[in-house]
Design a protein around this ligand. Structure first.
Ligand code: NAP
Length: 496
C-alpha cells in the first residue's frame, strides 16, 4: 500500500512550481485561479473563449434574471460582499460581483480572453493544449471549469427560421429588440422561463407562455435589503459570516429532503401545493398542475409567477407546438398565435461539460470513449485515465438548488491538495483508478432511489441511463468527502 507519508519519505524533491491551465473564467474558474494563487501557485493561466469573465452570469442577461439562491450564500467565502441589494440579487449585480472579484485578485492579466481550448492531450507527464488559433502549450495540470449550463439547447421546431419576428435563446438575449407593448411568446417553463415571464409580463402587450410540462413553484419573496444593511455588514464582518452560515444551514437542511423522504420533503411539497391553490381560475390551476412530485425536477423559486400568469395580458398555452410560420406559432389544434418575438427558454445541454473540447488521456483514451455511457467521475472531480486533470462542477456535483459557489470552493480546495502534493514532490501524475471510480459510481447508484429526483419525472438532471446525474447525498457530505485525506489506494500515482 502506498501512503502519502511513505511516498514522501521514499522520494523527497525540492519544492517546484507547477504550471496550471484552467479552462473557463466563469464563477468556478475564478474560484480555482484564486485558490491556487492564494496558496502560492503562481504559474496559472486561464483560457476563456469569450471576452469577459463571469460565464453564465455574463451570458444570461434576460429580463427578470436573478439567482434563486440567496446572495449572502451565493458568493465566495473569501470575498464576501456586504451590500447585496436583495435576498436574490439581480443577474447584473452578480456579474458585477464576479468581475469585481476577478479584478481585486488581478486575474485579468492571467486570462487569455477570446481563446478557446479545442484539444488537450496527455503527453506523459504533462498536458499539451491547443487553442482555436492553433497555438500549443504544455502544462503540468489541466483544470476544466467550463460550467454545467453553458451550451444553449435549441428546440427542433419546424419552421422556426421562417418566423418574421425576433427569435432568441434566453442565454443569448437580443437587447436591440424592444418588447414593450409587443406580442411575445416564451417557450419553456423552467427556472429561466418563469423568471422571464415575471420580468416581461408588465411591459409587453401580450405574453403567451408555451408549456410542455408544468412546474412546481416554491414561493419565496425576493426582499430588498434596506439602505443600512450594506453599511452594517461592512462594519460588522461577523454579520456577513452569520448571513452566509445561516443560509448554508437552511439549504443543507432542505437538501436532506431532496435526498431522502421525511418531513423536510413533505414540508416543501406542501408549500408548493398550497402555492398552486392561490391560482384562482380552476382551469388555469389544472393546467399549471404538474404530474409528478414537487422537487423531482429542480424546484423553481418564484413568488411572482402565478400572479404574472393571472394577468389579463398573459396566457398559458399547454397545447403542443406544431410548427412556426412567418406570423407566429401554430399549435396542434391548428390555431395561429400571432407574435412579434419568440423567446426560447428551452434550457441547456447539461451533459456536455467540457465538450466540444477534444480531451485525450493516457494511452490515447478519449473522453468520448470514457463517457460513452454518460459522464462519470471520481468524487465529482477526477477521471480515470486522465492524470493531472480535474473538473469543477463536474458530473454528480451537488448542483440541485444549492450554492454552486460553495461547491466550487470545496472542489478547488481538493484539487489544490493534489497540486500541492505535486509541488512537494510527492506525485508527478495522479488519476483515480477505474476501480475506485466504478466503486464510487456504484455507491451513488445505490443511494439514488432514495432521492426525490428518482420519483418519476424527466428533467435535465437525468443522464443517458435515466438516472439523476446528481450527488445523491447532502452537500455537506460532498464537502466532508472532498476535504478528507485521499486514500492513495484509490489513485494511480506515478513518479516520473
Ligand atoms: P430547463 O429547466 O431545462 O427548462 C427548459 C424548458 O424548456 C422546459 O420547460 C422544457 O419542457 C422546455 N422545452 C425544451 N424544449 C422544448 C420544445 N421543443 N418545445 C417546448 N418546450 C420545450 O432550462 P432553464 O429554465 O434554462 O433552467 C435550467 C437550469 O438553469 C435550472 O434548472 C437552474 O439550475 C438554472 N437556472 C438557475 C436560475 C437561478 O436563479 N439560479 C435561473 C435560471 C436557470 P419540458 O419540461 O417538457 O422538458
Amino acid at each position: 500500500m502506498t501512503t502519502e507519508s511513505s511516498t514522501t519519505t521514499d522520494r523527497k524533491k525540492t519544492m517546484r512550481m507547477p504550471s496550471v491551465a484552467i479552462v473557463g473564467a466563469g464563477m468556478s474558474g475564478i474560484c480555482m485561479a484564486i485558490t491556487l494563487l492564494e496558496a502560492g501557485v503562481t504559474d496559472v493561466t486561464v483560457y476563456e473563449k469569450a471576452d469577459d469573465v463571469g460565464g453564465t452570469w455574463r451570458d444570461n442577461t434576460y429580463p427578470g434574471l436573478s439567482c434563486d439562491v440567496p446572495s449572502r450564500f451565493y458568493q465566495f467565502t473569501f470575498a464576501k460582499k456586504p451590500d447585496w441589494t436583495h435576498l436574490f440579487s439581480p443577474g447584473a449585480e452578480i456579474q458585477a460581483y464576479f468581475t469585481g472579484v476577478a479584478d481585486r485578485y488581478g486575474l485579468r492579466e492571467r486570462i487569455r480572453f477570446g481563446t478557446e481550448i479545442t484539444q488537450a492531450t496527455f503527453d506523459d507527464p504533462r498536458w499539451r493544449i491547443r487553442t482555436s488559433a492553433g497555438k500549443e502549450q504544455t502544462v503540468d495540470f489541466l483544470i476544466s471549469a467550463t460550467g454545467i449550463l453553458r451550451e444553449p439547447r435549441y428546440p427542433k421546431i419546424n419552421g422556426l427560421t421562417d418566423f418574421a419576428g425576433a427569435v432568441m435563446h434566453s442565454a443569448r438575449w437580443d437587447h436591440s429588440v424592444d418588447m414593450v407593448g409587443k406580442r411575445v411568446a416564451v417557450i419553456g417553463t423552467g427556472s429561466t422561463g418563469v423568471q422571464i415571464v415575471c420580468g416581461l409580463a408588465k411591459s409587453v402587450g401580450r405574453l403567451e407562455l408555451f408549456q410542455r410540462s408544468a412546474q412546481w413553484i416554491l414561493p419565496v419573496p425576493n426582499l430588498a435589503h434596506t439602505a443600512i444593511d450594506g453599511p452594517i455588514h461592512r462594519l460588522l464582518p461577523l454579520m456577513n459570516q452569520l448571513g452566509y452560515d445561516g443560509n448554508r444551514h437552511v439549504f443543507e437542511e432542505l437538501a436532506k429532503g431532496l435526498v431522502r423522504p421525511g418531513w423536510r420533503r413533505s414540508f416543501v411539497q406542501q408549500v408548493c401545493r398550497a402555492n398552486l391553490r392561490t391560482v384562482r381560475d380552476p382551469e388555469l390551476r389544472r393546467k399549471l398542475t404538474p404530474d409528478y412530485q414537487p422537487m423531482c425536477r429542480r424546484l423553481v423559486v418564484s413568488a411572482g409567477f402565478y400572479r404574472a400568469m393571472q394577468r389579463d395580458n398573459v396566457d398559458l398555452v399547454d397545447l403542443a407546438i406544431d410548427h412556426v410560420e412567418k406570423r407566429g406559432i401554430v399549435t396542434v389544434d391548428g390555431r395561429l398565435h400571432e407574435l412579434d418575438a419568440i423567446v426560447l427558454a428551452t434550457g441547456f445541454d447539461a451533459h456536455a461539460f467540457m465538450r466540444p473540447m477534444n480531451l485525450t488521456g493516457r494511452n490515447g483514451l478519449s473522453i468520448d470513449t470514457l463517457w460513452a455511457a454518460g459522464p462519470k467521475a471520481h468524487l465529482t472531480v477526477g477521471l480515470p485515465g486522465f492524470p493531472n486533470f480535474f473538473m469543477l462542477i463536474g458530473p454528480h456535483s451537488p448542483v440541485g438548488n444549492y450554492a454552486l459557489t460553495a461547491i466550487a470552493e470545496t472542489q478547488a480546495d481538493h484539487i489544490l491538495g493534489w497540486v500541492q502534493r505535486w509541488r512537494d514532490g510527492v506525485i508527478d501524475t495522479v488519476a483515480p483508478t477505474p476501480e475506485a471510480t466504478e466503486r464510487f459510481n456504484a455507491e451513488m447508484r445505490e443511494a439514488m432511489p432514495n432521492t426525490v429526483w428518482a420519483t418519476g419525472c424527466t428533467s435535465w438532471y437525468l443522464g443517458k441511463d435515466g438516472l439523476p446525474e446528481l450527488w445523491p447525498w447532502t452537500p455537506d457530505r460532498h464537502r466532508d468527502r472532498l476535504r478528507a485525506k485521499p486514500d492513495f489506494d484509490d489513485y494511480d500515482v506515478r513518479l516520473a
